[in-house]
Design a protein around this ligand. Structure first.
Ligand code: G3H
Length: 491
């Protein structure tokens, strides 16, 4: 158990003596009273006062762009981040275990999350070195010699999600930091303790106030930060509802940059010409890996009516072969869910679908024990159902039969989300005819493969309510900086 009482603010580890939040793992154990979630630690519930002190520390370290960090040379900043990454690697074992225990991610996927984060940091460093080389050259146009620089933006409030608590926090925090911004970082509600071992590394590698970690309840501490008008960049991987509420609180929203990864309801479109077994394999992992708790997960499957029966037959067999169990079990894909109330939500969606004429068509689908929820394949889903519109973010696969591909395009046009889509078809002409209409609705069209974020050097964004700004290695560097010119008139 980790009972954390320290938080990093203004270069010091401050000791918290107030209320704490107890962290219960999604992993349950059998007790005489039934299944009980395991207590794994606790962390401070800091108040607005501590959050505002940390904000002032970040503001002072930035010092209107005159602080040591924003004015430091790129090579020195890279050195600090490399030193930090080295210290982070030393903590790998404990961080991986905490990812697993805090959010119930399988051990193998927790290791992958850690390794991918380290690779992302090194890729960011490489990309910045290239960018820096490019921008140190002068361009001479119309008698003006100009050096294009990349300058920081100020204080960044950084909030990652529970499903990738390390990786998706660092895919914004690291580029923001390396570009010379100062950071206020609030870990997600599920996935906080795993950041604890990194506080000392932040304290050692970055000077006072450059990185500050705030703990507590987002709805208590974040509004005051936004209302202060001192946050220059809001970066959040979460829901569009929360992002919109936070943006509205900023008194000068036109001066706030937002870098956001938000809602998604990615569709798989399986045409009459699809290789059904390939579509099954890709859609299975696309919709159910890590219990469907990925923003990139396939959250609705459109299948041509002529092959729907065969697709469902194969898909249900594939679901029944998925391994479920405790996260340390080898090959496991389905693990306990971290949110207690999630099971009620998933059951409500199924009840609603049944009331409108759909069924759970796989054996044991939708059954639960403790925080386990066995995946439900729901068919036929129609527009009248919640599962057609809502991002379930869990192990339910809604399947919609269609007769004409135009129906799928209409769905995407009407949708409020626009992250990705997967097309399954072996007919090149059919695929070619779909790409243009689809790529104008979403930001990534996958052909005969599942939706996903990686490889991380590819741009990662979305249309409509799915994103603001672009993440990925080089794009993130751009998102957290501004191009500025130093221009000399040649006489
Ligand atoms: O949850 C959102 C993540 O960006 C998903 O990333 O496709 O690599 O699992 P992934």
């Amino acid at each position: 158990e980790i009972h954390q009482r320290e938080y990093l603010s203004n270069g010091e580890m401050k000791t918290w003596k107030g209320q704490v939040h107890e962290v219960f793992s999604p992993i349950s154990v059998q007790t005489p009273g039934g299944l009980q979630r395991v207590l794994i630690g606790s962390y401070p519930i800091c108040t607005e006062t501590e959050a505002m002190e940390s904000l002032e520390a970040a503001v002072a370290a930035y010092n209107n762009g005159r602080g040591e960090w924003p004015t430091m040379g790129v090579a020195e900043r890279i050195h600090c981040v490399e030193q930090f990454t080295g210290m982070m690697i030393e903590q790998k074992d404990i961080i991986v275990k905490l990812i697993m225990w805090e959010i119930g991610k399988s051990f193998a996927d927790s290791v992958k999350e850690f390794d991918r984060t380290v690779e992302y940091i090194y890729a960011t460093i490489d990309s910045l070195k290239n960018l820096d080389r490019d921008s140190s050259t002068f361009e001479i146009v119309d008698g003006i010699a100009a050096q294009v620089r990349r300058s920081p933006l100020g204080v960044v409030l950084c909030m990652g999600p529970f499903n990738y608590p390390l990786n998706e926090t660092f895919t914004t925090l690291i580029p923001a930091l390396i570009m010379g911004n100062t950071i206020l970082f609030k870990p997600p509600k599920f996935g906080t303790l795993l950041h604890y071992p990194l506080q000392e590394a932040f304290r050692t590698c970055f000077s006072k106030g450059v990185v500050n970690v705030i703990y507590g309840r987002g709805n208590t501490i974040v509004p005051g930060l936004m209302q202060s008008g001192k946050i220059n960049v809001l970066t959040l991987i979460g829901s569009s509802k929360v992002a919109n509420e936070l943006k509205k609180q900023h008194p000068k929203v036109n001066r706030l940059r937002a870098v956001l990864g938000l809602d998604a309801k990615n569709a798989a479109i399986i045409t009459a010409n699809a290789d059904i077994s390939l579509a099954v394999k890709e859609t299975l992992m696309g919709s159910l890996s890590f219990n469907g708790q990925r923003c990139t997960a396939i959250k609705i499957v459109w299948v041509h009516r002529s092959i729907a029966e065969e697709f469902l037959k194969q898909f249900n067999v594939a679901v029944s072969e998925l391994k479920y169990g405790m996260p340390w079990k080898k090959g496991v894909s389905l693990t306990p869910l971290p949110e207690n109330n999630k099971i009620n939500y998933l059951n409500d969606c199924i009840t609603d679908a049944k009331a409108h004429g759909a069924e759970v068509v796989n054996e044991n689908g939708g059954t639960s024990a403790g925080t386990f929820f066995y995946p439900a394949v729901v068919y036929p889903v129609t527009k009248a159902m919640r599962l057609y519109h809502e991002e379930q973010f869990g192990p339910i696969v809604p399947v919609v039969p269609f007769d004409d591909l135009e129906e799928t395009i209409e769905y995407l046009i009407e949708a409020t989300h626009g992250q990705q889509v997967s097309i399954f078809s072996d007919n090149a002409n059919e695929v070619a005819a779909l790409i243009d209409p689809l790529v104008n609705q979403v930001s990534r069209v996958n052909i005969n493969s599942q939706c996903q974020r990686g490889p991380d050097v590819f741009p990662f964004t979305g249309r409509k309510d799915s994103a603001e700004g672009t993440l990925s290695v080089a794009d993130a560097i751009r998102s957290f900086s501004i191009r500025s010119l130093v221009a000399f008139k040649m006489n």
